[in-house]
Ligand binder design. Structure first.
Ligand code: UD1
Length: 391
């Protein structure tokens, strides 16, 4: 099955400097006029470094917004001083450095677009528990601005929802019709957004698709709030203890970012709009199995250790992926073992070629460890599993 071709469109990717957003931009930018709106609070410009004219033949420009006062600076500059003419690609990439909650930045980034991939979010469940209103401002209030802007532009919106909408699923695999009982502010915000998207379709005839991501992983997932795979990989590479939270028997459905991108492309072209779809493999892996898989793939001598379970952790999660298969024609392609192997191989190449990115990873690792320690200190007593409230 091939991925749908998206060509010659004007596309906005909110959060395009982030983990999933940057992979979407990478897929789209050679053939479309792509705008990225990102405040780079958790994303990074390095994530978009593939888009240099020499790499893609694309034109790309930096659109600097004075986002602190909402004013604009009309200066546009080529990222490396060339205009990138060359091969058969005909896309462009414009980066708008601004916040989705800033209406001027949003208007400017969305002007004339016919398709919006809304990826910008505060993705940390833990942070949403610590500061629910703050995460609500981004994940819901600002997301409504994006939906309203899409109405202005008459643009389709494909947006990032989450398996967090289900909370503790009643049965596995979990289908889109399952009870939605989110256990964290993050899950509540994603559920509200997911429902708004469908109501915007019904009420205003806006073509929307909500994609409920399960546990996405892949290259560029890094930083203190990244997922368990990037944490374990980093620990294994450093021959440090691999830290399992709880007994390790909890399970997840890990989906590779390249499959997440393909799901987005299907959602961008489907006629089956006004719907929400699970994006997962339908397979589940325990955290213990994952730790061993990663240790073996890296060839590490890390011990596997256990610490307190995470407050609010979900016990099991696995997607029923049949609706996306039936209605979007989407199937995942990357199995967990090969996905992890490719991460290990890619990291080896990167280490050989870039000491600065190694330094960056080390800094991010340090930042992550500090964050984990801080949370361990803040929450010395783990909640009992039956009282857990976070995904
Ligand atoms: C993830 C997403 C979340 C999404 C949800 C949907 C990330 C960071 N979070 O949450 O945005 O809503 O899937 O299903 O991708 N663990 C350890 N040791 C570690 C880190 C984690 O044992 O060092 C365990 C956790 O306790 C948890 C499991 O691994 O049981 C997965 O954790 P994590 O990768 O943070 O993802 P989720 O909490 O499932």
């Amino acid at each position: 099955m091939t991925s749908p071709a998206i060509r010659d469109r004007t596309v906005l990717v909110t959060g395009g400097g982030g983990f999933i957003g940057s992979h979407l931009v990478e897929a789209l930018a050679p053939y479309n006029d792509v705008r990225v709106l990102d405040n780079f609070s958790t994303g990074s410009r390095d994530n978009l470094s593939f888009a240099s004219p020499s790499a893609t033949g694309s034109q790309w420009a930096e659109d600097t917004l004075a986002s602190t006062d909402g004013g604009t600076d009309d200066t546009e500059s080529d990222a490396d001083g060339t205009d990138g003419e060359g091969d058969d690609s005909n896309g462009s990439l414009t980066i708008v450095d601004g916040d989705i909650s800033d209406p001027m930045a949003l208007q400017r980034a969305a002007r004339g677009v016919d398709l919006i991939f809304h990826q910008a979010a505060l993705v940390s469940v833990t942070e949403s528990v610590d500061a629910p209103r703050r995460s609500n401002e981004t994940n819901l209030d600002a997301s409504l601005l994006v939906l309203d802007q899409a109405r202005q532009e008459d643009a389709r919106v494909v947006l990032a929802s989450s398996a967090a909408v289900y909370g503790h699923p009643d049965e596995l695999p979990v289908s889109e019709t399952a009870t939605t009982e989110p256990t964290s502010p993050y899950g509540i915000q994603k559920l509200a957004l997911d429902q708004y998207a469908r109501r915007y379709h019904d009420l205003y005839d806006l073509p929307t698709v909500a994609l409920r991501y399960f546990n996405a992983y892949g290259p560029r997932q890094q930083g203190p709030y990244s997922g368990v795979i990037s944490t374990f990989l980093e620990q294994a590479r450093a021959d440090e203890p691999i830290t399992i939270e709880g007994d390790g028997e909890q399970t997840r459905d890990f989906v590779h970012v390249s499959d997440v991108v393909r799901a987005n492309l299907h959602a961008a072209t489907t006629d089956a709009v006004g719907e929400a779809y699970n994006v997962g493999t339908g397979e589940r892996t325990s955290i213990r199995e994952l730790a061993e898989l990663i240790r073996d793939a890296v060839g590490s001598s890390s011990p596997i250790v256990h610490r307190e379970p995470r407050s609010g952790d979900i016990r099991h999660s696995r997607a029923d992926a049949s609706k996306a298969s039936r209605e979007l024609g989407f199937e995942t392609r990357v199995g967990l073992e090969s996905g992890i192997r490719s991460l290990v191989t890619a990291a080896g190449g990167e280490q050989a070629s870039s000491s600065s990115s190694t330094q960056q990873r080390e800094n991010q690792g340090r930042e992550r460890r500090q964050h984990q320690q801080q949370h361990q200190q803040e929450r010395p007593l783990a909640a009992r599993p039956d009282r857990q409230s976070q995904d």
